[in-house]
Design a protein around this ligand. Sequence first.
Ligand SMILES: [Zn+2]
Ligand SMILES: [Zn+2]
Length: 392
Amino acid sequence: MRLVPSVQQLETEMTAWRRHLHANPELGFEEFETARFVADKLRSWGIETTEGVGRTGVVGTLRGRLGAGRSLSIRADMDALPMTEARPLPHASRVPGRMHGCGHDGHTTMLLGAASALVRSPDFAGTVHFIFQPAEEGRGGALAMLDEGLFQRFPCDEVYALHNCERPLGEIAVHRGTVAAAADRFEIVVHGRGGHAATPHLAINPLPIAARILLAIEALPGRLTDVHAPATVTVGSLRAGEAFNTIPDTAFLTGTVRTFDHQVQKTLETAIRRIAKNEAEAFGASVDILYETPFAPTINTPAQADAMIAIANEVMGPERLVVDPPPEMGSEDFCYMLEQRPGCYFLLGQADDAHQAAAHDTNYDFNDAILPIGASLWVRLVERRLSARGAS
Ligand SMILES: [Zn+2]
Ligand SMILES: [Zn+2]
């Protein structure tokens, strides 16, 4: 392990920042105190700081002392979750029903640590932007920043992010392609016409229509899409009717589609819409369809993944590196930044005896032992990718 010495010196300070953020969690787009904490730190180090990007987002901009060059962005998420912390830790949440249950307190701290180390020895050419993003947990923070011109106002050639994970402490997983799934959500309402169960010819029963739709769409993966492209369609709820001898007016289906590829995702959405509409019309009914895509697939570009692999090797050594493990079924809104710029999102293991709980578990806590690892990876990434000789 070859951590950056100036980052190691910050370990005590970073631990204090992380625990302060942990004790004071804020939900997506409500990160007012968190954003102020971040902005105050950046400004105190003389880093050009812009607040209010994507409502509560903050961007810090630092130029290297080796002259002009390329530009790189690193993103950390800042939001907490609406859940109650189970463990009575000294730094446990002071806000009932709010908890940093996904480690975004740690992500924010690692990026602050890297900024602090880089400002003292900015041995790189070009520009680095530190992106502190709000509202990652399904509330659209990445899109909010992008919609406000993140990459136009703070131009960059490539973008990076990390997430802590349940792998052993210090293990780094890098995917040279898809990292995480797209998670779509659909709601289908079948409008028939109610009536007496004894005279179904006078009614349009939405129930068998909903059943046909369910069976048809759950069978799509591996039939309409390539069996080698993983996909699942799951109907998680089906509701209709109240009495055994009555035909109801409507039936509801809701479910989710998980995919790892944009084309597969689009193919399934189109097919679900078409099947629902056609099945309903075939029997004289109609449908309303709500189809949402809060998370696209998270897909790394090979050159940036390879760059991250080289950095991980340099800082942690090959024995802590895992390349191309199976993609995660979870989702990540950094996907939208990766749709606009080449980049890499990687995973950093934090599990030890005291940190066994997974993210989103009420017993979870970010492991402060990985703060200097994450911050060192960011510092070396900036130095190597923005070296005066060009990207190495
Ligand atoms: Zn989360
Ligand atoms: Zn998270």
